[in-house]
Design a protein around this ligand. Sequence first.
Ligand SMILES: CC(C)(COP(=O)(O)OP(=O)(O)OC[C@H]1O[C@@H](n2cnc3c(N)ncnc32)[C@H](O)[C@@H]1OP(=O)(O)O)[C@@H](O)C(=O)NCCC(=O)NCCS
Length: 280
Amino acid sequence: MEAPGRIWFGYIAAVAIALVGLVTLDLLAIGLAALVLVATVLGEWYRGRQAALAVAAQDADLPELVSRWARGWAYSRGFPRPEAVPGGVRVEVSEPGRRVEWVTTDAPDTLAGLVDTARATPEAWLSVVTDSPGGVRPWFAEGGLQVDGEEALMSIDLADHGSRELPDGYRAEVEREGGIIVVTVRSGETAAATGRIAVIGTDAVADRIQTDPEHRRRGLGGAVMGLLVSAAREAGAVRGLLVASETGEPLYAGLGWHAEARVVMARSAAPPTSVESRHG
Ligand SMILES: CC(C)(COP(=O)(O)OP(=O)(O)OC[C@H]1O[C@@H](n2cnc3c(N)ncnc32)[C@H](O)[C@@H]1OP(=O)(O)O)[C@@H](O)C(=O)NCCC(=O)NCCS
């Protein structure tokens, strides 16, 4: 994000109105000039603050991104706030087959202990955020966990997010539930595509992005993302985070998101999952 420049138009307008006021001795015009000047200064201050927040949000390291993503994800899904543990977070998912999930980085000093803990916990998931999935999978195999797919932790400066027109024949609804924004795209009364984004401070975590199989590859996923991001920016968010499924990743990449790391998932003994997406 570029540093915002001066709002020259505001200063020029303030000076012009003030000159008119002085020449005509019109107190109203002088007052208006003062108002325009104050609004311009406040506008510059606000833009500068947003830019500084965006820079701070982008400087985060991987453990911090993991914990910020997990916080938004848990909020979106109605889970309790994740608990910090060495190397990452522990989330009370409380779903059948997925009672608890650890989401951590691949730091070797914490990974071995977490693999043991996950194996000893029924219906537990362990998701490891890493630049080296091939280096993590042997830890799972040797630790007796079952590998369960790979996703991608992605992020974006929301100012750089692409937007996509809604194709003809569809209409979109945008609803807000507290800090969660929900978009539903309908064809008649049928929900053809949906998605949500949880806004926490300057972070926006996208979640449950899905298009009905009969309506896929028509641009609905992109349109949902564009609407979610636009509403999240209005709510003050500057940084987007999500964990993308295999099918979601190319869609997000095309909208400007970039992969921060891979997410390798494993679980203790439990029936295999049949969902298309584990975290998004
Ligand atoms: C991922 C998902 C949401 C995408 O939804 P979608 O409505 O098909 O998304 P779009 O149509 O906007 O884009 C999908 C692809 O179709 C392409 N596309 C868009 N409009 C198109 C058109 N008119 N004709 C042909 N292709 C088109 C896009 O370029 C994109 O291609 P890419 O994936 O190679 O980049 C959908 O596949 C899905 O629900 N998957 C299962 C759940 C899931 O994994 N969700 C993601 C969680 S992170």
